[in-house]
Design a protein. Structure first.
Lengths: 197, 590
């Protein structure tokens, strides 16, 4: 019995030293040395200031910016310190109501788009921090963004096309557009921040 | 499903089929004391642990001693995790100054990580300090998987050995599995994931000023080192609340694919460890094939239902004829005259970079293996997509299953199949030359029934007792949330229909009890089976023996798994997802 207690305690402590001490320190050291940008959250710099992370979605609301998906992270959405989904099920009245509100808002903001809405634009992502929308989800906003910025629709559409990413390795995942990168490219195009938003 | 989806699925299974046999043989080699190129580096660490702990690595233990060491080690690990969590507020490495969790949450979390379940009644980035994540949780991610591997190897020895007293040495199995299998996979694996964009830093968060002028606080942490073992160890506990849906915990579709492979890698390889131990690779391939077939069926079904989405979504996004259609769909769908809109994929609770297929595939993988990580919110799956995830767990977490626990759980079904086949043809059943007698069948049936008791019992009690106030969804879906919670805990999965508010003393204590019964109620009987099989004198395998390889056996084994699972759980499933599916088609909302 005493042998068993000693074995259990000593093996636990020594394994903990390897697995909780050496292992994370080794991995963190290597990651910080080899891949510092990614290991620190892929921050995006604009004029030397951190404007976000290219992996984390933001709650864009102005008419001159492309908007992301509905978000259930935190109270206002896109809270990058409280991730999560809506967890509403297929027969949820709350979900049906939310979708109806979102559809009405999307239709009102983008009156030129009469085709069916892309599914991702009326559904909340799993993380609440989805940095992407589908190419369709961006296409439906082109007319609005162009009008708000006083840019030709073709210019904005061309910028959007340049930001569509295909499946990785041609196989994995889905076509998508990174909303933050697209919006920053818009700002760069217009030679400054969008005004009046 | 698109051709690309099928290609992805084929690639997934192809890689596993190519990698699992050699890795399985490697695991057998190192657990039996073989040398590797890692020994010059890690051999001193291994020997130091034995010397300091007073372990004689050459001692072979009977199953009772093996089980006692396993339980002693588990108890010590539980105390470490429980203690770190309880005193998180005064311990170092707590940059966000999180308070300590309540005692029942700390207890639940400690049991959860010790039993390889990783049920989480808290949100990682809003409740756990870096020390808790690294010491309390990551430590258990490693050793609970190593304990599973050890128990699995002990069962394999029991089958392979002849007239032997012992089934191995728990300490050497544990230490070797950790040092020579898990660690060497985790270090390069973590860096591979960082290369995809996963964060790995001791900082807690950074602030950003968005283009619109808002301040966004972005939580980071030592994520990659925890995520790789969470997947390889089929643990599943996320660093962040959104788990593998969080962009820092699963940045790209490539990272997603790597993580899915990591989940099935060790459970699949251990099948070939058994094959190496009993020197019957064809038997291993047959078992692996059964696992792959049931997995494939589940993946195709889930993807099918998720692509079909829900009628409510299809109606919501339908095209307008110019004016915004604000007309609400009436509660009774029959009164809506519009033609049925084209199906819309169910993107609620899914990420765009993964889309419907990779999310469905992940949901199947994580519930087949007892992983429990999620890259999509299972609570928002379609009713029948959710049913597949529930059934995957209820089959006993043996479709690849947990690390180690998946295989010894599968051996349980193999014994049952051999026994039933023996009854059908009126012959004494034997498994690889070992007679299967009353004792083994009794133990196997006990291991089969024990997890079902808390699973169904607590679900029923919760449904009429403490459950309804905690639900995130009403109607049949609410019942599914309870069923999912106790299925996930009793089968040591750990994923959730996360709408359920599960952090209350009654949920924390009942799910903890379910997790303990689900873990040790299967593991201990199977070690006992291993003990009695090891002592038995083998009979030569002849033409008259019942073959445990080939199509006939595969078909029998699959049938036994499905029939036992269906008989036990179909009534409960009809009350949840099946009723909900019918209600959804009727257009009812709750």
């Amino acid at each position: 019995m005493l042998t068993l207690v000693r074995q259990s305690l000593v093996v636990t402590l020594l394994l903990a030293a390897v697995l909780c001490g050496a292992y994370p320190v080794l991995v963190t050291g290597a990651a910080q040395a080899l891949l510092p940008h990614k290991a620190n959250g892929s921050p995006v710099l604009v004029d030397g200031r951190v404007a976000g992370s290219e992996l984390i979605g933001q709650n864009f609301t102005g008419a001159g910016y492309f908007h992301g998906r509905p978000s259930a992270a935190g109270d206002g959405g896109y809270d990058a310190s409280a991730s999560g989904g809506s967890n509403l099920g297929p027969t949820s009245r709350a979900l049906a109501d939310r979708m109806r509100t979102d559809v009405a808002a999307l239709r009102a903001e983008n009156p030129d788009w009469t085709a069916p809405l892309p599914a991702d634009m009326v559904t909340a992502s799993a993380s609440g921090l989805d940095p992407h929308v589908s190419p369709q989800g961006v296409a439906m906003q082109v007319a609005r963004v162009a009008a708000a910025r006083g840019l030709p629709v073709n210019t904005v559409a061309a910028l959007v096309d340049a930001h569509v990413e295909g499946p990785e390795l041609g196989l994995l995942g889905e076509p998508r557009v990174n909303v933050l990168r697209l919006n920053l490219a818009l700002d760069a195009l217009a030679g400054g921040r969008a005004e009046g938003n | 499903m698109t051709p690309r989806d099928y290609l992805q699925l084929a690639l997934f299974l192809g890689i596993l089929a190519a990698v699992s046999p050699p890795l399985g043989r490697y695991i057998h080699h190192v657990l039996e004391g073989g040398r590797t190129w890692l020994h010059p580096l890690l051999g001193p660490v291994e020997r130091l642990i034995y010397t300091a702990g007073g372990v004689d690595p050459d001692r072979d233990h009977p199953w009772q001693r093996y089980a006692a060491c396993l339980l002693g080690f588990t108890l010590a690990g539980f105390c470490l995790t429980f203690g770190v969590l309880l005193f998180q507020d005064v311990l170092p490495l707590n940059p966000q100054h999180f308070p300590a969790p309540s005692w029942d949450l700390a207890l639940n979390t400690a049991v959860s990580f010790v039993t390889n379940t990783n049920w989480q009644a808290y949100g990682g980035e809003t409740a756990m300090s870096h020390l808790s994540q690294m010491v309390a949780l990551t430590y258990q991610n490693f050793v609970s998987a190593a304990v599973g591997m050890a128990a699995c190897m002990a069962v394999a020895r029991g089958i392979a050995r002849a007239e032997a007293q012992g089934i191995g040495n728990f300490w050497t199995d544990l230490v070797r599995a950790t040092l020579y299998v898990l660690l060497p996979l985790c270090v390069p694996g973590a860096l591979l994931l960082v290369g995809q964009g996963m964060v790995q830093t001791f900082a807690a968060s950074f602030a950003a000023v968005t283009p619109e002028g808002a301040i966004q606080t972005i939580a980071v942490g030592p994520v990659a080192s925890q995520v790789i073992i969470k997947m390889l160890g089929t643990n599943g506990g996320g660093f962040f609340n959104a788990n593998a849906a969080h962009p820092f915990e699963n940045p790209t579709a490539v990272a997603d694919f790597i993580q899915m492979l990591a989940i099935f890698l060790l459970p699949g390889s251990l099948v070939f460890t058994l094959g190496a131990a009993v020197r019957r690779p064809r038997h291993a391939w047959t078992v692996w094939g059964v696992m792959a077939a049931v997995f494939l069926a589940g993946a195709l079904l889930t993807a099918h239902f998720e692509y079909r989405g829900t009628p409510a979504m299809a109606q919501a996004v339908a095209a307008t004829s110019g004016s915004p259609s604000a007309s609400a769909p009436a509660p009774a769908a029959a009164s809506v005259p519009a033609p049925i809109p084209a199906p819309v994929p169910n993107m609620e609770g899914k990420e765009v970079r993964f889309g419907v297929f990779a999310s469905s595939l992940f949901a199947t993988v994580t519930t087949d293996a007892s992983c429990g990580a999620v890259n999509a919110m299972h609570d928002s799956l379609t009713p029948l997509g959710g049913l597949v995830t529930l059934l995957n767990m209820q089959l006993g977490e043996i479709i690849f299953g947990g690390v180690g626990s998946g295989l010894y759980g599968m051996v349980l079904f193999v014994i049952l199949t051999v026994f039933l086949a023996g009854l059908m043809v009126g012959r004494t059943p034997d498994y690889l030359g070992k007679r299967i007698e009353g004792r083994e069948v009794t133990l196997a049936v006990a291991a089969l029934l024990l997890p079902a008791l808390p699973l169904l019992g607590f679900t029923a009690l919760a449904a009429v007792g403490w459950g309804p106030t905690a639900l995130g969804n009403a109607g049949a879906h609410g019942f599914s949330e309870l069923l999912y919670a106790y299925t996930s805990s009793a089968q040591n999965n750990g994923s959730a229909f996360a709408g359920l508010a599960a952090n209350s003393p009654v949920f924390n204590l009942t799910t903890a009890a379910a997790m303990l019964i689900g873990r040790f109620g299967v593991m201990l009987p199977m070690l006992a089976v291993a003990g009695s099989l090891a002592a038995r004198r083998p009979r030569p395998v002849t033409d008259a023996s019942f073959p445990v390889e080939g199509a006939t056996f595969a078909l029998l084994l699959t049938s036994v798994i499905l029939i036992v699972g269906a008989l036990t759980y179909l009534p409960a499933l009809s009350l949840g997802p099946i009723v909900e599916h019918l209600q959804m088609l009727e257009g009812r909302l709750y």
